[in-house]
Design a protein around this ligand. Structure first.
Ligand SMILES: Nc1ncnc2c1ncn2[C@@H]1O[C@H](COP(=O)(O)OP(=O)(O)O)[C@@H](O)[C@H]1O
Ligand SMILES: CC(C)(COP(=O)(O)O)[C@@H](O)C(=O)NCCC(=O)O
Length: 307
């Protein structure tokens, strides 16, 4: 990728110098939490990339809080806490949810006393039943497959300080939105919103998801690498589906392995790669920060928006 003019680009070695020398080391408990959700995460990445990123987020968060206070004073309003929202965008299977969960653990560690919550926009996909009715099963993940007005309404409630907000949940295991199960969002100081559409501009809404995000990150990699990560994740899903007939992937898990892999490749090419090229990649240059990954998920470059 040639660097866009409105970004400063850093190699990993340059970026790691930006860590705050006084930052406390991670506790064994935080390290355990990181390993617990993905034991393949490189702790070197955490050190070199994520600790400086958390430091930058601290600057952004403090500046945001101060601005909210000053604005309230200007408007003669009582000061009120408005959640800071971090958006994480990128292709299907590029590692958004892994990055988001890692950030959640790190923010909990470093932002002492602040409440951090995480949601994924997958929960705002229409159910498979609804997608079938709309003939959109082959367009899952494309802009029209999301209930965008619900997502916008949800984010508006978060920013308005509503005390208890329900966020719908999605499960890769059932390949559908989970009926009647929700995540409860309760007065977060920081909400991480992860999803392929967090930087998109849907044509039929007047407000966009990005109007609510205070810092946005795009996780980037070559499409051919993302394909391998997509296929690896598919194989992992097959392994867990093996003993569970209710799992969406069960028929693939007990059937012919090569045939299942061919099907997965086809899904990548016909749906997720198409979505990446047509709708996700064009949003990359709206992000405040681009994190570029190479082989084995290693982060090699970081781009930070200048203005
Ligand atoms: N930093 C990482 N190190 C190792 N594996 C990773 C990393 N990030 C993601 N993965 C793996 O890549 C696959 C896709 O990641 P995931 O977070 O599910 O992507 P997304 O949320 O973008 O669809 C998963 O199998 C995940 O375990
Ligand atoms: C639910 C998704 C749109 C979002 O994916 P995620 O970013 O969570 O990996 C995607 O996993 C998906 O189901 N795409 C449709 C084609 C497919 O991969 O089955």
């Amino acid at each position: 990728m040639s660097d866009p003019i409105n970004y400063n680009a850093f190699t990993r070695d340059q970026w790691k110098q930006f860590a705050n020398a006084t930052a406390l080391p991670l506790t064994p408990e935080s390290l355990r939490q990181i390993k617990a959700f993905n034991d393949r995460i490189s702790l070197q990445d955490v050190q070199d990339v994520y600790i400086p990123l958390v430091h930058l987020l601290r600057l952004e968060f403090d500046r945001y809080r101060q601005l909210q206070k000053d604005k309230a004073a200007f408007l003669h309003q009582a000061p009120h806490r408005v959640p800071f929202i971090i958006g994480i965008a990128g292709s299907v299977a590029v590692g958004k949810s892994t990055a988001a969960r890692l950030l959640e653990v790190l923010l909990n560690h470093y932002f002492v006393g602040q409440r951090i919550q995480l949601i994924t926009t997958d929960g705002f996909l229409y159910s498979n039943e609804e997608l079938k009715k709309r003939n959109l099963m082959a367009r899952k993940g494309f802009p029209e497959s999301y209930d965008m007005s619900s997502l916008i309404h949800f984010l508006n409630e978060v920013k308005s300080g509503k005390p208890l907000i329900k966020a719908p949940l999605y499960s890769h295991k059932i390949y559908d939105v989970i009926p009647d199960q929700f995540e409860y969002i309760v007065h977060p100081d920081i909400l991480i919103v992860e999803g392929i559409n967090t930087l998109q501009l849907p044509t039929n809404e007047q407000i966009y998801v990005s109007d609510f995000t205070d810092f946005s990150i795009y996780v980037d990699a070559e499409a051919s690498l993302i394909e391998t990560w997509f296929l690896e994740r598919f194989e992992l899903l097959l392994q867990t589906a093996f003993q569970d007939p209710t799992n969406y992937y069960y028929p693939y898990a007990i059937g012919d392995h090569d045939q299942a892999m061919r099907k997965s490749k086809q899904v990548w090419h016909d749906i997720d790669l198409k979505n990446l090229e047509e709708y996700i990649l064009p949003t990359r240059n709206r992000a405040d920060m681009i994190i570029h990954k190479t082989y084995h998920h290693r982060i090699d470059r970081l781009l930070l928006r200048k203005y």
